[in-house]
Design a protein around this ligand. Structure first.
Ligand code: PLP
Length: 377
């Protein structure tokens, strides 16, 4: 048996013809930076985030500015929302470092909250305890593909006049009460890193917002502060989606719902196969419909189980083994190791099992068997 954590080549094979002709089209036109595919992808992705499931009624218009990667998307959004030196931004330590790096890059300070034990995302009940006169924003991270409790978060943000920036890098298409992530906050940031649910063939990212002017300013800043070729309104940065990746993303966006549905089926099968095996299965919050970027179980003696799985040919991951407040990079924040007990405990128990649309039912059954065997004393 040899089952990887993700298999991007299998996905390519399933859409090879469309991808190859999209790439050829870009090369023939030589629109390598900017151009029609970039513009159209922005329109199509904004439209995608706006679609509702299980609910009717008109959703607010959304706008999209693409950029070089998900980290830049967060930096650009925070900056455009006026976050800077002296400000504090609340998020979690149980996330990829990019969330915190983006906060620091503006000159603001990341404030790490503990997570909910069962869903792995920010605990809304703790947010108000962390608000100070310097707090300007909250970054809820829709981790592993599951939306945070956006009702609770938006309500607290309204009451304290805080900005909400969704880190949706792992949650393309995930919904909260029938609305897709990206449509809740003042801005939402997506990564199209190859392994994400919607992944480019290289680095790529985007910001989505209901605020058209905010998106205009982000687009300007991401492209040297210009909207016109030779007029620079401000000093910006160079963080652009390239034409080849825009064309790849446009092809893949058409399959995203089917791929997410396959992930949902795989998650349901994992749940059925692993029930009663002694592992703690991932919890789904009532109102959330996850897109299972990762399928993360909790297991005692995780590192031993992990080795056993690898010996049987099942690759796994740990997202993430060392919480941000204990990373060398954040030593200067002087947060005591024990400050975030749930985050710390979870970091020793979590195990990401293989999860990608092309996984087969037989493979999931086989993985389930190997996990159960690994847990036998
Ligand atoms: C991947 C990721 C990012 C950053 O995206 P890049 O495109 O790699 O810069 C940010 N936040 C989270 C939670 C992520 O998983």
């Amino acid at each position: 048996m040899n089952i990887p954590l993700v298999d991007l080549y299998a996905q390519y094979l399933s859409i090879r013809h469309d991808i190859d002709s999209a790439i050829e089209r870009v090369i023939t036109r030589s629109t390598f930076i900017g151009g029609e595919d970039v513009r159209n992808f922005e329109i199509e992705f904004a439209q995608y985030c706006r679609q509702r499931e299980h609910t009717s009624g008109a959703a607010a218009n959304l706008y999209c500015a693409s950029c070089g990667n998900g980290t830049d998307a967060l930096c650009l959004a925070l900056q455009a929302l006026g976050i800077g030196i002296g400000d504090e931004v609340i998020t979690t330590a149980h996330t990829f470092i990019a969330t915190a790096e983006a906060i620091s890059s503006t000159g603001a300070k990341p404030v790490f909250l503990d997570i909910e034990e069962d869903t792995f995302v920010i605990d809304p009940k703790q947010i108000e305890t962390a608000i100070t006169p310097n707090t300007r924003a909250i970054i809820p991270v829709h981790l592993y593909g599951q939306a945070c409790d956006m009702d609770a978060i938006l309500e607290i943000a309204r009451r304290h006049d805080l900005k909400v920036i969704e880190d949706a890098a792992q949650a393309h298409g995930a919904t909260w009460r029938g609305k897709r992530v990206g449509s809740f906050g003042h801005a939402a940031c997506f990564s199209f890193y190859p392994g994400k649910n919607l992944g480019a063939y290289g680095d790529a990212g985007a910001v989505v917002s209901q605020d058209e002017d905010l998106i205009r300013r982000i687009r300007m800043r991401a492209n040297h502060g210009r909207l016109d070729k030779y007029v620079h309104e401000i000093e910006g940065v160079s963080s652009r989606l390239d034409g080849l990746n825009a064309a790849v993303l446009r092809v893949k966006l058409r399959h995203l719902d089917a791929w997410n549905a396959a992930r949902q089926q795989h998650a349901a099968r994992y749940m059925a196969v692993l029930r009663g095996s002694g592992v703690v299965l991932p919890a789904v919050r009532l109102g959330a419909e996850p897109v299972w970027h990762l399928f993360v179980i909790k297991v005692r003696d995780r590192d031993r189980v992990r080795v056993k799985l690898q010996q049987q040919g099942v690759s796994t991951g740990v997202h993430y083994p060392l919480p941000l407040h204990r990373q060398p990079a954040y030593k200067h924040l002087a947060i005591p190791d024990g400050a975030l007990p749930v985050t710390n405990r979870v970091a020793t128990e979590i195990l990401s099992l293989p999860m990608y649309p092309e996984l087969s039912a037989d493979q999931i059954d086989a993985i389930g068997k190997v996990v159960s065997e690994a847990l036998e004393p």
